[in-house]
Design a protein around this ligand. Structure first.
Ligand code: SF4
Ligand code: SF4
Length: 456
């Protein structure tokens, strides 16, 4: 039985361009640009200085903050600059620039061989944390934090849906490295002690369903075929269709006893635990109708987009839009000098033919966005209220923070309203206000403590 959810859309998937291209290991470029912010949480501070020689897998960035993921050198070479560089999510970010020495030497002691079955759970979690693993589907949530839920969990869900159009990195990984995904999954089963484990894959990927079913033989890992519908791979949708549980507004998967990890993350966890390998490379799809030869690349973190695009034959037609990620949830870029990061699932270059969609008009109250919204929101009202800067009404009356930013509403809108952008603006404002309120409360608490101390 195929499983699905209410709402959602069926965009043209564009996957044909790269789905039959086996993963190709891309040569390491001469210069790598490694941003210190590649995860949700506090950016790292460099642990190296200009002139230092580094080896692949050596720590080059860390933070005292709880919510962060360490950053390691993707190559051996020399640190030539530490300076702000273009960043696909933040515009600009401090980066360690490394000149490749061509030797590609691993840091001392790497890779190693470990029997994870004989390891204590704490030891495994430390190995995952030390390797700087984050959610590689694009969410970039530090994996070690997600794997220490503060509530009991009984189901582990592996996200192999890859519902974003054009992207095929997870698909190729499932076809080519299913055994590694299964090892990583078994490691997580051990840590979490879950009763049930399910890998969810959309039914437009029958080869991946077959490959993972074979790889999972002899284990208690289930493979579930999910109806092909965007955003099937969103965490809340996956949990709903696989377990029937609904994550409450503002809640987390653990609130309903679930942990969700992307298949790429799980493969990286297997490398980290079995071989001590920090996250220094990933599979990225370079695709779109403007790319001469779309490919799925095993690519080092820090490789500039332009270098990867050139490796794929460059642009065969002028690219009107360059996107980090997929067309639905990805971010448009103003330069191809941004580097590949831990969460870079795709580099998408589209021609004008694919991007032009006419001018934005007023809402005609057709209700299509409401029907398409998988979270049961009223996107038309959210966009109108955000336009009027009535962010409080968005938050209090229309469930703003429950939006998963999937873009279904924008996709179906006949008035060409950029609804998801209005919603992102409103969420940004609300988050900034919450941060200000938290900082003010902390300051007040500190002043009260000081007053109490002075009164003693
Ligand atoms: S309102 Fe948010 S969750 Fe609903 S369709 Fe639009 S982007 Fe997706
Ligand atoms: S789809 Fe567009 S025009 Fe229709 S109700 Fe939603 S915002 Fe308005």
């Amino acid at each position: 039985m195929f499983k699905s959810f209410l709402g959602g859309i069926h965009p043209q998937d564009g996957k044909k361009l790269a789905m039959d291209k086996p993963i190709e290991t891309m040569p390491v470029p001469q210069e790598l640009v490694v941003p210190m912010g590649q995860h949700i949480g506090a950016p790292c501070n460099p642990t190296v200085k200009v002139g230092d020689m580094v080896k692949r897998g050596q720590l080059i960035g860390t933070s005292p903050a709880f919510m962060h993921a360490d950053i390691h050198s993707p190559v051996s070479g020399k640190v030539v600059k530490i300076e702000p560089r273009p960043h696909s999510g933040m515009g600009s970010c401090m980066a360690v620039v490394i000149e490749n020495d061509g030797l590609d030497e691993w840091a001392d002691g790497l890779p190693l061989t470990r029997n994870w079955q004989a390891m204590e759970n704490e030891e495994i979690l430390t190995a995952i944390q030390s390797a700087g693993i984050v959610g590689m589907g694009g969410a970039t949530f530090p994996a070690h934090v997600k794997l220490k839920p503060s509530k009991p969990v009984d189901i582990l869900i592996l996200n192999g849906a890859e519902c974003e159009p054009y992207l095929t990195a997870d698909y190729r990984l499932m076809l080519e490295e299913g055994a590694k995904i299964i090892t990583g999954t078994q490691i997580l089963q051990k840590i979490l002690g879950v009763k049930r484990t399910v890998i969810g894959i959309e039914d437009n990927k029958p080869e991946a369903i077959k490959a993972m079913t074979q790889a999972a033989q002899g284990t208690n890992i289930e493979v579930a075929a999910l109806k092909t519908k965007y955003p099937q791979g969103a965490e809340k949708m996956l949990i709903k269709v696989i377990s029937g549980r609904e994550v409450p507004m503002g809640g987390l998967p653990m609130d309903v006893g679930a942990v969700v990890q992307n298949v790429g993350t799980v493969a990286a966890i297997a490398d980290a635990v079995e071989h001590g390998l920090p996250l220094t490379e990933r599979i990225t799809t370079v695709t779109g109708d403007a790319i001469a030869e779309p490919k799925n690349l095993r690519i080092r973190i820090g490789t500039p987009y332009q270098v990867a695009i050139d490796y794929c034959g460059g642009f065969k037609e002028p690219a009107d839009k360059l996107i980090a990620g997929g067309p639905m949830m990805g971010m448009a870029q103003t330069t191809a000098q941004v580097p590949v990061m831990k969460g870079s699932s795709g580099i998408l270059a589209l021609t004008r033919k694919m991007t032009e969609h006419g001018p934005e008009m007023n809402c005609i109250r057709c209700g299509r966005c409401v029907k398409a919204c998988p979270m049961g929101l009223v996107p038309s009202m959210l966009s109108i209220l955000s336009e009027r800067q009535d962010f409080a009404a968005c938050r209090d009356d229309y469930g703003l923070m429950n939006c998963v930013e999937c873009g279904c509403c924008t996709f179906v809108c006949p008035a060409k309203r950029n609804i998801v952008q209005y919603i992102k603006n409103a969420k940004g404002f609300v988050r900034a206000e919450m941060a200000r309120a938290k900082a003010a409360a902390a300051k007040k608490a500190q002043e009260n403590e000081e007053q109490k101390g002075a009164a003693k």
